[in-house]
Design a protein around this ligand. Structure first.
Ligand code: OAD
Length: 251
């Protein structure tokens, strides 16, 4: 294990007890959990694409102004995700779910890697990169095709498709938000993994869990706003620390 991983935190008896005794677990993941699968985070050094920040492309006005550009970015990201594989962090969370009574995995990621790792009780707050949604009829599907010479996929109704993800300034899917709030408010252990915790409402979930009495463990190589009130921040990569927590659970 590299020096950056805090062994001291992992051996703390309160942390060990919470992991072993918790029957209701909530987890919030962000782009950091997929970093070790080779998917760039949003706010990391590789988050720029052709000099654009994600906020400049992931919004409805940018799409209406230049759908070709926004679709080019999403095709680029789909290519990366299709070549990527779930890493030990994704797999540890899928395994954890099989060992406790209630386990809700809330993710801000649109890469689908949690589902591919085998997670079942999964709440995708920001949608899914593989899905398209029709601007006219609202139908969602995967694999919509573009017509010859047009880079924008079309729906069977003839409408133009957009990626079925949540963009800046848009509401989150209501049922997903309700499930996420319920899981955060009702768990006894909450993990915030690989998120900079600056985009709301997802970023409010760790605080909600803590306020309702859950033990809050953060996993991130860097401090974030959550670090100020987490019970433990384990500084290091999720692909190493989550398997460590699973070993504690199984010991
Ligand atoms: P960010 O890119 O903002 O943050 C990624 C976090 O992961 C940072 O805090 C990193 O320190 C951390 N990190 C990096 N490598 C890691 C590793 N190996 N293990 C654990 N953590 C690691 O991504 P998000 O917090 O997911 O929203 O961003 C939230 C939302 O903002 C995204 O869902 C997206 C974005 O713009 C929309 O598109 C609506």
């Amino acid at each position: 294990m590299p020096d950056s991983v805090s062994r001291q935190g992992l051996e703390d008896s309160r942390l060990v007890r919470a992991i072993r005794e918790s029957g209701r677990v909530g987890v919030l993941t962000g782009a950091g959990i997929s970093a070790e699968s080779g998917i760039p985070t949003f706010r990391g050094a590789e988050g720029l694409w052709k000099k654009f920040r994600p906020e400049e492309l992931a919004n409805f006005d940018a799409f209406m102004a230049n759908p070709e550009l926004v679709w080019a970015w999403y095709r680029f990201r789909r290519d990366i995700v299709r070549k990527a594989e779930p890493n030990p962090g994704h797999r540890a969370l899928a395994a954890w779910e099989t060992r406790v009574g209630e386990f809700t995995l809330i993710t801000q990621n649109v890469d689908g890697l949690h589902a591919r790792a085998g997670s079942k009780h999964l709440v995708e707050l920001h949608g899914n990169l593989e899905r398209d949604r029709c601007l006219d009829c609202g139908r969602t599907c995967t694999g919509a095709r573009a017509e010859e010479g047009d880079p924008i996929p079309v729906c069977s109704c003839g409408g133009r498709m957009r990626p079925d993800v949540v963009w800046f300034g848009e509401y989150l899917p209501e049922d997903a938000l309700i499930q996420a709030d319920r899981a955060a408010a009702g768990c006894d252990l909450f993990l915030a993994v690989g998120t900079s915790a600056v985009v709301h409402p997802a970023a409010s979930l760790p605080r909600l869990a803590k306020r309702r009495g859950a033990m809050l463990i953060e996993i991130n190589p860097e401090p974030t706003p959550v670090s100020a009130y987490a019970d433990f921040t384990l500084y290091g990569p999720a692909g190493q620390l989550l398997p460590e927590l699973l070993r504690i659970l199984d010991a």
